[in-house]
Design a protein around this ligand. Structure first.
Ligand SMILES: Cc1ncc(COP(=O)(O)O)c(C=O)c1O
Length: 411
């Protein structure tokens, strides 16, 4: 109850002011990296922490297909009224069909979300609110925002090893071993292609083995698709999600189009959940309610751009071509890193980079070596050694390899 105070009376002095009691929150390592970089006075410093695609000039341009779609929207959009809480059903349907093909239909629970992060958060909230909440199993290392999102949702989670940065190899057997502790109806959160931060992919055989184990043990797959089109092609990169959907009666798919369309700030994403038919309407209402109380209506500009491109064969061709250019640049830089190391020192210690995909890889450095890389050489990486290979121009590659050689010594 609010007790009315006589006019002019001064409220009693409190022991602690309200915001004095706010605890110190951990800052995302990527944001810390950006701060350190801004404070570094060296002119030749190099920022490999960024999480976005950059061309050879270090730019992240707006794709031409996006510009053309935006122009169409300016010319034709008749209203900016609210959409449903779960967004534009046509955007979700087209996106579902682009990922899964004609087998995707309205039996899925779908929501347009503000990028991938909100799709992840809505799902984390939903899982945490199930009366017997499942444990979400995470690959380690993995996308740095999963733990904060699951923690904020008060969801349960546990880890299985995925990749050994110093050994430069995937720890598939340990991951499978770790999953032996998972219970039926637990959830395994994996990434689609271009794993962030490792760049390391399971082979098709490994992925099938993983799905065998998930199916046999009743573990629900949750796949997070953030870099579709950056590994082989949009179509090929959807294969993991397709295999999951074909095999499981319940599965969770989070999608962000930030990278594939270069529309980071426009926030286009989706949550797609395959359920049993009898659960569908209840689940759709649950998703709506969670959206309402949190992120609320998703912004529509980015999703409208994506929908416009999907709806128009000409725009789609331009976009796929631009996506191909981004993919080829990333693959070329990976090859250049390996070739440059071979030419400079011939140790082949970075050969693994050419076999990985997407924008990120981990450097095989200890914490102390990573600090040295930044302190002594002005090369900034995300804690844990993540580098964005798309940021590297030819001179940067030599600089990085020389610094790595000084730090790690002769191999
Ligand atoms: C694996 C992964 N999932 C989700 C996201 C979140 O994407 P968005 O920025 O669209 O929220 C990212 C962004 O870097 C990511 O790398």
């Amino acid at each position: 109850m609010v007790i009315p105070q006589a006019e002019g009376t001064v409220p009693p002095e409190k022991e602690l002011a309200m915001f004095e009691q706010v605890e110190d929150y951990p800052v995302d390592p990527i944001m810390i990296g950006a701060d350190y970089f801004a404070q570094d006075p060296r002119a030749d410093k190099l920022n490999l922490t960024v999480g976005i695609y950059q061309d050879a000039q270090g730019q992240t341009p707006v794709l031409q297909a996006v510009k053309l779609a935006e122009q169409r929207l300016v010319d034709t959009q008749a209203s900016k009224s609210y959409l449903a809480l779960t967004g534009d059903a046509e955007y979700c349907r087209l996106l579902g069909q682009e990922i899964f093909g004609a087998t995707y239909d309205d039996s899925w629970v779908a929501a347009q979300t503000a990028g991938g992060a909100v799709a992840l958060r809505v799902m984390a909230d939903l899982l945490a609110q199930i009366p017997k909440p499942p444990t979400v199993w995470l690959q380690t290392p993995t996308y740095g925002n999963y733990v904060p999102i699951l923690t904020a949702a008060q969801a349960r989670f546990a880890h299985v090893p995925y990749y050994d940065a110093i050994g430069r190899k995937m720890t598939f057997d340990q991951m499978m071993d770790g999953l032996k502790s998972a219970k039926s109806d637990d959830v395994f959160l994996m990434q689609g292609v271009c794993h962030n931060p490792t760049g390391a992919e399971m082979s098709a055989e490994q992925f099938d083995l993983l799905l065998d184990v998930l199916a046999a043990r009743g573990i629900i797959p949750w796949i997070d698709l953030a870099y579709l089109g950056f590994a082989q092609s949009w179509d090929d990169d959807c294969e993991m999600a397709r295999k999951i959907a074909a095999r499981f009666s319940e599965c969770i798919v989070c999608v962000t189009l930030s990278k594939s369309f270069g529309i980071y700030r426009d926030r286009a994403g989706a949550l797609l959940v395959k359920t049993r038919p009898s659960d569908r309407e209840r689940m759709q209402r649950a998703v709506s309610a969670i959206v309402r109380s949190g992120a609320s209506h998703a912004p529509d500009h980015g999703p409208s751009v994506v929908r416009t491109i999907f709806q128009n064969a000409g725009l789609k061709r331009i976009w796929l071509d631009e996506l191909g250019q981004m993919r080829r640049r990333v693959a070329e830089v990976r090859q250049q890193i390996v070739a440059t190391e071979q030419a400079m020192f011939g140790t082949n210690t970075l050969a693994y980079i050419a076999n990985q995909s997407g924008m990120f890889s981990l450097l095989p450095l200890s914490d102390a070596q990573e600090t040295e890389l930044t302190r002594d050489h002005g090369i900034h990486v995300v804690k844990g050694g993540r580098v964005n290979v798309a940021r590297l121009g030819p001179n940067d590659i030599e600089k990085l390899i020389r610094a790595m050689s000084v730090i790690t010594g002769p191999q």
